[in-house]
Design a protein around this ligand. Structure first.
Ligand SMILES: [Zn+2]
Length: 282
């Protein structure tokens, strides 16, 4: 590709999720699995299983990434409850967990699922965590498809972005393209773009995968996290838009644990091909 920058630089999609659960099954060849990916991607996001907080359980996974010289861009954190008035223990637990990860593999982004509850309480707890982690480490809160969570819909996004303006700049948002409420298949891509726009400078990371409607108008039977290009998202519209995302924002291509390599490579190839086609049209 010559003659002008790609509208969607390929390095922005060179990220893939590794499921810790999957790697637990293939412990012995985990370094090989990482190497297999290295042909297609330049880094990865490690996803730590949501119910385990024991650092030793993750060490093997991190060692495999190190052994295959795979840079770790992001870590999808395990679950911590930051929606309670009295979350002191949870905050301390999360801070210590994060600082272990930082010492061991220095990720650039931490992704934490958003939660239910009172926004002021939640933000107070985020602020307490941010007080004790490096200021150049991004803590990106991810939107979920569960009604009542703080980043559930456009209104929630707007309120959240407004409310975090007084918090440190490393508190950001991770927009997951497969987690939005489906108003209709026609408006779905538009809604993702609006989420990204509302996040603005607070956009810290992206999770990209497709979504099918599944024969249910409200999307209740929809399948999330199918390979990019196999669902209802208009990727050409979306990736053109992502190109305007703040400098340094990268995306993880999310796939389901089954046939993870094939699915991830299919998603990445699809996006790269699309990006090059769009750039050639300019
Ligand atoms: Zn996600």
């Amino acid at each position: 590709m010559t003659g002008g920058a790609l509208r969607f630089p390929s390095e922005r999609i060179a990220r893939v999720t590794f499921e810790q659960r999957l790697l637990a099954k293939v412990n012995d060849n985990a370094p090989e699995l990482f190497k297999e990916f290295r042909g297609a991607v330049s880094g990865t996001e490690l996803r730590l299983t949501t119910r385990v907080r024991d650092w030793d359980k993750y060490k093997n996974l991190c060692d495999s990434a190190k052994a295959s010289e795979t840079p770790i861009h992001a870590i999808h954190l395990t679950k911590f409850f930051l929606n309670r008035e009295n979350s002191t223990e949870e905050i301390a637990g999360l801070v210590s967990h994060i600082n272990d990860l930082v010492k061991y593999i220095s990720p650039k982004v931490l992704v934490l699922h958003s939660t239910f509850g009172d926004i002021d309480t939640i933000l107070r707890n985020y602020a307490a965590v941010l007080d004790h982690i490096p200021t150049d480490l991004i803590l990106a809160i991810e939107n979920l498809n569960n009604r009542g969570t703080v980043l559930f819909d456009l209104k929630g996004m707007e309120d959240f972005v407004k409310a975090i303006q007084k918090l440190p700049e490393n508190l950001k948002i991770c927009v997951d393209a497969a987690h939005l409420r489906i108003r209709s298949p026609e408006t779905y891509t538009k809604d993702i773009i609006e989420f990204i726009d509302i996040a603005g400078k607070r956009l810290g990371h992206l999770h990209l995968s497709d979504r099918t409607l599944g024969g249910d108008a409200r999307g209740e039977k929809s399948k999330k996290h199918v390979p990019c290009g196999s669902g209802m998202i208009d990727w050409s519209e979306l990736i053109s838009h992502i190109n305007d995302a703040p400098e340094g924002v990268r995306a993880t291509v999310e796939v389901k644990p089954e046939n993870e390599t094939a699915q991830a490579v299919a998603s990445i190839s699809y996006l790269k091909e699309l990006a090059s086609r769009i750039s050639l049209k300019i």
